[in-house]
Design a protein around this ligand. Structure first.
Ligand SMILES: Cc1cc2nc3c(=O)[nH]c(=O)nc-3n(C[C@H](O)[C@H](O)[C@H](O)COP(=O)(O)OP(=O)(O)OC[C@H]3O[C@@H](n4cnc5c(N)ncnc54)[C@H](O)[C@@H]3O)c2cc1C
Length: 433
């Protein structure tokens, strides 16, 4: 590890910890939007890029083929401080909001499957951070990461077999057992990244089915809790180094203190909803909204990796006695790829900045960023395959894997159709269904 890397990992860790434990009450940051990155942002970009280039990219093919969680790579990330709540806290603490997408773009430039194995934990962390009390954050966020000697993962479980896009249809229930001050969870979660292999699971469950998504709450399932078991592991098209599985909750009892935000707050919220007033928090949706620009940044990383690979290839590969990049159709495709990727990045950075500085997403800017970046990633990686010709279609060249990986970005965290629905509702004021 270079001393620069150590500085980046350690610098601001104390501040980050303070931020993380200070609670959700911390005011939005005040920072002007600028494309001129400051030194901290540049250092972090370089640091994460170095790890992506030196460790992640060389391991990508192997773990894609193995379809297993790349524990040794996660451990290396933990050793340098990249996989840690201090680093995540530091990325998040940047008042401009840009550091988090920058770090994600660089890591996923290395490889999306391994990137997700490293970053999958952060969805659960975002839920704890967004909805937990300061005590819950202090207790559970460190347990999501473990230590470099004993690395742990976390899982965020919202989706179910019959509740994907339609989050309100969640059937998993949480019932309060007053005699024991425990919550009893029952149901089946689907598609959970790190599901069953996580130390900490954050589960979205319904405490009142009649209230739809406004009757949802988020629960911590502590490590080793009886009644929380992994179901089938999913064999996937892409992102194969990232573990995805069902999670079964069978009379799973957790202490009352595992309800994120606490019972008093939940009771107040439910009472407001029953009176017909705004319920504010919708547990799963809150987590998704905050994370969309970050997910968009991951897609950007994949798109940029494919573009850079294709550009280099087009300069080297000769046909008809000249490099293929000298054909206008190839060069124009590369120009369009660069254009679309840069345009998507502007949307991602805008949404990240708006989210961090407390600007309301009046026109669903978070959804716009994820929609555009996801679709650009699928398109650009497909074009990269075309530029590589037959080689692009083989597993010996990384653009084939990048294309498979890219497809997830039009599906999870809200499909492209759902993002369009959210944007349409925001711009029209019409509650389209
Ligand atoms: C690799 C992977 C990892 C995942 N990780 C997690 C995780 O960690 N935690 C978690 O909770 N979930 C996770 N998911 C689940 C993911 O969020 C869902 O797959 C996604 O929300 C879509 O839900 P669905 O698969 O049920 O599709 P469906 O909702 O059944 O959608 C099927 C199709 O119908 C379209 N559609 C549905 N409703 C509408 C509408 N109203 N208007 C127009 N079109 C519509 C959709 O856009 C889509 O094209 C993961 C999924 C995958 C594949």
């Amino acid at each position: 590890m270079s001393s620069d890397a150590a500085t980046v990992a350690d610098a601001g860790a104390t501040d980050a910890l303070a931020e993380v434990t200070a609670g959700t009450g911390s005011p939005p940051a005040e920072a002007a939007f600028t494309l001129e990155l400051n030194q901290d942002q540049k250092d972090i970009r370089e640091w994460v890029h170095g790890f992506a280039e030196g460790v992640v990219r060389p391991a990508a093919h192997e773990w894609d083929e193995r379809e297993e969680t790349p524990w040794p790579v996660i451990e290396e990330a933990a050793m340098i401080g990249l996989y840690s709540f201090e680093a995540m806290g530091q990325f998040w603490a940047d008042p401009t909001g840009l550091t988090l997408p920058i770090a994600n773009e660089e890591l996923f430039w290395g490889d999306a499957g391994i990137g997700m194995a490293i970053m999958g934990t952060t969805l659960a962390v975002a839920a704890i951070f967004g909805q937990g009390t300061p005590e819950q954050m202090g207790e559970w966020i460190p347990q999501c990461f473990g230590t470099p000697e004993d690395v742990k993962l976390a899982a965020f479980c919202a989706s179910e077999p019959d509740a994907g896009s339609d989050v309100a249809a969640i059937r998993t229930t949480a019932k309060y057992d007053e005699t024991k001050d425990e919550w009893v969870l029952n149901g089946q979660k689907a598609w959970a990244t790190n599901g069953g292999i996580a130390n900490v699971h954050v589960v979205i469950a319904s405490v009142d089915r009649e209230l739809g998504s406004r009757g949802h709450a988020a629960f911590i399932i502590p490590p080793g809790t009886p009644g929380c078991e992994q179901g089938a592991k999913v064999k996937k098209h892409g992102l194969r180094a990232s573990h995805t599985a069902d999670v079964h909750l069978d009379d799973c009892r957790v202490p009352g203190s595992c309800l994120l935000g606490g019972k008093e707050k939940l009771d107040e919220r439910l009472a407001r909803v029953r009176e017909g007033k705004s319920g504010q928090s919708q547990a799963a949706m809150q987590t998704f909204e905050a994370s969309r620009p970050v997910v968009g940044a991951q897609a950007l990383g994949v798109a940029r990796a494919a573009y850079e690979y294709a550009l280099q290839y087009a300069k080297e590969r000769e046909q008809f006695g000249r490099p293929i990049v000298e054909n206008q159709s190839v060069a124009f495709t590369l120009a369009d790829m660069k254009l679309e990727i840069d345009a998507a990045r502007l949307l991602v950075w805008r949404a990240a900045w708006m989210g961090r500085t407390g600007h309301k997403f009046e026109n669903a800017e978070g959804s716009m960023s994820k929609l555009k970046a996801g679709e650009v990633a699928v398109w650009a990686t497909e074009r990269a395959i075309q530029i590589l010709g037959g080689n692009g279609y083989t597993r010996e060249f990384p653009v084939e894997r990048m294309h498979r990986d890219s497809k997830i970005y039009t599906i999870f965290e809200g499909t492209s159709e759902i993002q369009r629905l959210v944007i349409s509702r925001a711009i029209s004021g019409v509650h389209l269904k």
